[in-house]
Design a protein around this ligand. Structure first.
Ligand code: ZN
Length: 84
């Protein structure tokens, strides 16, 4: 399964679930993976590295799944620390 495929699917699935939802109060939270600020109702929970992480979309969730499947959590954590 390619990353492009995951991203494409995530937009399709995302569109459906974001329709017809009540207006939330505007609390913005950063995505665990990409840092994108998201409304509270858009938050997805993805288990990664031993805890539930808040991500903005199925694309970011899919990346965390891939990283964990490949056992790359340590590298991922290092990469994030370098970026910050
Ligand atoms: Zn994200």
């Amino acid at each position: 399964m390619s990353l492009a495929f995951i991203f494409k699917r995530s937009t399709q699935m995302g569109l459906l679930s974001f329709l017809f939802q009540p207006k939330p109060h505007e609390v913005k939270r950063p995505c665990f993976h990409c840092g994108e600020l998201m409304r509270e109702r858009d938050v997805l929970l993805q288990t990664f590295d031993g805890a539930a992480r808040e991500v903005c979309c199925h694309g970011c969730a899919g990346i965390l799944i891939l990283i964990e499947n490949d056992g790359m959590q340590l590298e991922y954590r290092k990469m994030r620390m370098q970026k910050a």
